[in-house]
Write a protein that binds this ligand. Structure first.
Ligand code: GRF
Length: 202
């Protein structure tokens, strides 16, 4: 059974889907804790509603990365709660090597595009601007790069002619809510693991 630490900055719709799969017995995991860098975020409220220890950690003085004392605090919380797998679910900071070293091969992320296409922010807007005919989402192991780690799985969606950024993002998010629990289930069963920086499937 996975012992999950879920890190997020926003609404927490991916976290909600993960919790629903766990509660329905469809994902062999327990949510050990939720951590957010945004006080009052939806994901913290969600964690508290589900009775999961949920913490705000102030990421200052950094704005776009989790580093220094804040990173140490997050690692401490994850360890205290017995976390073995860290799921980034809309966490808007780059995680740094200390966290990756604390959970080797056990930090995963979801990205709203078919990586390696459109890494970085607002990937659905990037897909529209590039005139892509399809996009989707990717669950991947996290490495030191920006959305560069080995892919666990992807789900695809069409880009439609009248799409707006919001409509495309909503279509991608529907698939995210399936992809993230599916990917975590692959980890939980041992059918996917990271060895020597490469994804091994069995
Ligand atoms: C998702 O689109 C995810 O791919 C990206 O951030 C968004 C988080 O949404 N990394 P939510 O907070 O899970 O609703």
């Amino acid at each position: 059974m996975l012992s999950l630490g879920i890190l997020g900055s926003g609404r927490g719709s991916n976290a909600r889907s993960i919790l629903e799969y766990i509660e329905a017995g469809r994902l062999d995991a327990r949510a050990a804790c939720v951590v957010s860098d945004v006080a009052g975020s939806g994901i913290l409220e969600l964690g508290r509603m589900h009775g999961i220890p949920s913490f705000h950690v102030d990421g200052a003085p950094f704005r776009t990365k989790l580093d220094g004392a804040a990173q140490d605090q997050v690692i401490g919380l994850l360890r205290e709660h017995g976390v073995d797998t860290v799921a980034l679910a809309g966490f808007m900071r780059m995680v740094k090597p200390a966290l990756l070293r604390a959970f080797p091969g056990r930090v995963v992320n979801i990205h709203p595009a078919l990586l390696p296409a459109f890494p970085g922010l607002e990937a659905w807007e990037q897909a529209l601007a590039a005139g892509a005919s399809e996009s989707g989402c990717t669950v991947h192991f996290v490495d030191e790069g920006m959305d560069t780690g080995p892919v666990i799985l992807q789900r695809r969606v069409p880009v439609l002619p009248d799409d707006t950024p919001a409509s495309l993002h909503a279509r991608i998010q529907e698939q995210e809510h399936l992809a993230y629990p599916e990917a975590l289930a692959l980890l939980a069963s041992g059918r996917v693991r990271l060895e020597g920086g490469k994804v091994v499937r069995s």
